[in-house]
Design a protein around this ligand. Structure first.
Ligand code: DGL
Length: 266
């Protein structure tokens, strides 16, 4: 294995920034190309065929930027497309499921674990199946939260009354389950972490990006450096607030400019 020079990271939009931030925090010296498919977000309410088509184009764009490996910073693509992407493309591709499940099992005493995600993620049952594979006695509950991504992409703050009401409504479905740990199965959801935690204060919420960033060195040979990572940002639609949200959220890496890509060409 030779040292990874350029890592591609993609998501349907802003969500992958939560993964990027953790990856850059724990793995300095990386050269990263980030792509957010802001023209076609959200992915999570689309069919598996459409999500696969979008994901293949996203990978082809990143390949055009000379990346040597790809991190799928999207729960929806990780749960629905990982094996198919791995069979089409020859470069290493990793998703967020396995690291998220391992972290949840470490955190959960009761082995009663919730998964919140987009409709496509929850329907795939990929997180739940992986948890059972790793720990057959674990019990799991999946709850789809389709309104979270539009709220985040439209800049609703975690404490906006509409956000709080929506979070309360979705999380109420865990009542009576006894879950002590919930995987934020969509990478957008850490934007709402403070509200999720306020509503279920005794539950441990798992940030899949954080879980993955701690074990990235198992998947790749990474540079040994103390220099901050450098990221080139690309989106597929006009930059409507992407940079502003990125600058507010990211604390491990800077965001100076973003370029627009015509993703239909890939
Ligand atoms: N961040 C994506 C995920 O992890 C958002 C999905 C969407 O675009 O609906 O699932």
């Amino acid at each position: 294995m030779s040292t990874l020079k350029r890592l591609g990271v993609f998501d349907s939009g802003l969500g992958g920034l939560t993964v990027l931030n953790e990856v850059c925090k724990y793995n300095p010296g990386l050269d990263v190309v980030y792509f957010g498919d802001t023209a076609r977000v959200p992915y999570g309410s689309r069919t598996v065929e459409t999500i696969n088509r979008y994901a293949e184009q996203d990978v082809r764009f990143l390949l055009s930027q000379g990346v040597e490996a790809i991190l799928i910073a999207c729960g929806t693509v990780s749960t629905n497309c990982l094996p198919s992407l791995q069979s089409i493309f020859s470069l290493p591709i990793v998703g967020v499921i396995d690291a998220g499940c391992q972290a949840a099992l470490r955190a959960s005493k009761a082995k009663r674990i919730g998964v919140i995600g987009t409709r496509a993620t929850v329907n795939s049952r990929a997180y739940e199946l992986r948890i059972r594979e790793l720990c057959p006695e674990a019990q799991t509950w999946g709850v789809e939260c389709p309104l979270f991504v539009p709220l985040i992409e439209n800049g609703f703050s975690p404490d906006d009354p509409i956000t709080v009401m929506t979070v309360e409504r979705y999380l109420s479905q865990f009542k009576g389950t006894g879950v002590d740990t919930i995987i934020m199965g969509c990478t957008h959801y850490p934007f709402l972490a403070s509200t999720l935690q306020k509503i279920l204060p005794d539950v441990t919420f798992i940030n899949v990006g954080k879980a993955l960033s701690h074990r990235l060195r198992e998947d790749f040979e990474l540079p040994v450096s103390s220099e901050p990572s450098r990221v080139s940002y690309f989106v597929s639609d006009e930059d409507t607030g992407f940079l502003q949200i990125a600058r507010t959220y990211l604390d491990a890496v800077s965001a100076d400019e973003v370029q627009k890509v015509n993703i239909d060409k890939f």
